[in-house]
Design a protein around this ligand. Structure first.
Ligand code: GUN
Ligand code: FE
Length: 445
């Protein structure tokens, strides 16, 4: 059937009559274009496959495959608070809305129930890979990793480190405890998924405001010792957060120098927001090959407004992906994040007098797929369709008989039109199937 994917930042390839063969290990074994239905069997035989050993799935007109969405920034324990606390500045929002929600994950039973809903919710939205912040609790965060593995979602999962500037009811008891729980959590994930086929532990200092020097340097040591561990934190997100960081860490002129000093800024770093990044810091992000998690929904509807300079990051070839930032972001949909990225980039074009041209829809789609894969260091594995990559994909339907808000018009719409309608007006009702490593995972127990 029709297969659509990004081949570069700007270019989306729409393949008519594509033929993909997926192995039992979830890898793409064959990818051919322009194969007529009646030629499929002979092409398969000619490529060394036994067609009778394959399960054949044929897409109809109005149906197409795209790569799975990648959510580079997501707070699993904020699942229950999405949409609340608008209008509060970051510290007030954390203290009054977020921390009481996250604190409940001290109860493993609550964690089991809520994280099952949360992971199902994101799978339903076509998120095949998510980089999750957990709560500060070791047990609950292990449960989150177990659930991702069981439900078949690819995930980075992190125990959140926060031992200062947090309320007594929700903070790590000490730097030592914070680091010890982190190491124990890493050991658990290594045990349940030793080769990181799906789940990978990620170092997760919440932000410098909530971490003292011992925690940051301890995490830096862990990052140095485990060269495969990704790292995530919030970076230059709001003016209030940046002012407090400055007061706490006056020895650093900016956040790039701070995180670099503690060994937390490198090609494995996923930096959420990156709104107020100065010229010097942009240079560091580029030189150190850090990734940016652009979260336009939370950036424009949380307590302060910020439009990250995504055009400038792309110009400099700094890695960028999209994040829902659920629950700072009110939506668990990457389609919403794509559309908001588009809108925010329009605002930036206006604000920069046209210097920063708005993102195209193709670029937004890239950020949601291949760009996110680059940010996660997974672009050799996922992000688009190529022989040797793993098959993480969404089967999209825009057919009339399917419950949906999209209205394709048979004799007018080209495939490009239908794809654009899906990007601008589609939602989870159009996501018929979700595959990770070749396995269908939507609506699985
Ligand atoms: N900074 C520190 N913690 C958070 C969080 O949970 N969400 C957002 N958006 N920013 C943060
Ligand atoms: Fe966040």
């Amino acid at each position: 059937g029709t297969i659509i994917h990004s081949v570069s930042v700007e270019e989306v390839e729409i393949i008519d009559r594509g033929l993909l063969v997926i192995g039992l290990d979830g890898k793409i074994l064959l990818f051919q274009k322009g194969i007529a239905r009646e030629d499929v069997i002979s092409v398969l035989s000619g490529s060394g496959f036994n067609p009778r050993a394959l399960l054949l799935r044929v897409l109809k007109r109005g149906e197409f495959l795209i790569p799975g969405f990648i959510d580079t920034h997501n707070h699993a324990p904020q699942w229950t608070q999405r949409g609340t606390g608008r209008g509060r500045l970051i510290m007030d929002w954390l203290n009054t809305v977020t921390f009481p929600h996250e604190a409940r994950f001290e109860d493993p039973e609550y964690a089991r129930e809520t994280y099952a809903d949360c992971v199902d919710g994101f799978i339903k939205q076509g998120i095949t890979t998510a980089s999750y912040y957990g709560s500060l609790h070791g047990e609950a965060t292990k449960i989150l990793a177990d659930i991702c593995l069981k439900k078949g979602q690819r995930a980075f999962v992190g125990k959140c480190n926060m031992n200062i500037n947090s309320p007594d009811f929700y903070k790590d008891a000490s730097a030592e405890v914070s680091l010890q729980v982190t190491e124990d959590f890493i050991t658990h994930v290594r045990k349940i998924d030793p080769k990181s086929t799906l789940v990978t532990p990620i170092l997760t200092p919440r932000f410098a405001v909530a971490c003292d020097r011992d925690v940051l340097s301890g995490l830096g040591r862990l990052a140095a010792k485990n060269s495969d561990l990704p790292i995530q934190t919030h970076f230059d997100e709001t003016e209030q957060e940046m002012e407090i960081t400055k007061e706490l860490y006056p020895e650093f002129a900016n956040e790039a120098d701070l995180y670099e000093h503690f060994g937390l800024l490198n090609e494995r770093s996923i930096l959420a927001h990156c709104i107020y990044v100065n010229e010097y810091e942009m240079g560091r992000l580029k030189d150190l090959n850090c990734g940016v998690a652009h979260c336009p929904v939370s950036n424009t509807t949380g307590g302060s407004f910020g439009a990250a300079p995504i055009r400038e990051y792309l110009r400099r070839d700094i890695k960028v992906g999209l994040g829902t930032d659920s629950g700072g972001g009110f939506s668990s949909s990457i389609l919403d994040a794509m559309r908001q990225a588009f809108i925010v980039s329009k605002a930036r074009e206006l604000a920069t007098g046209g210097a920063d041209k708005h993102l195209s829809l193709n670029e937004c789609f890239y950020l949601a797929t291949l760009g996110g894969a680059r940010v996660c260091g997974l672009d050799q594995k996922i992000g688009n369709f190529a022989v040797g990559k793993e098959f993480d994909a969404l089967e999209i339907t825009t057919r009339k008989e399917h419950p949906s808000i999209i209205t394709p018009v048979e004799d007018i719409d080209s495939m490009e039109d239908i794809f654009e309608k899906f990007l601008m007006s589609g939602d989870d009702r159009n996501i018929a199937r979700v595959y990770v490593r070749g396995r269908s995972i939507k609506n699985q127990p």
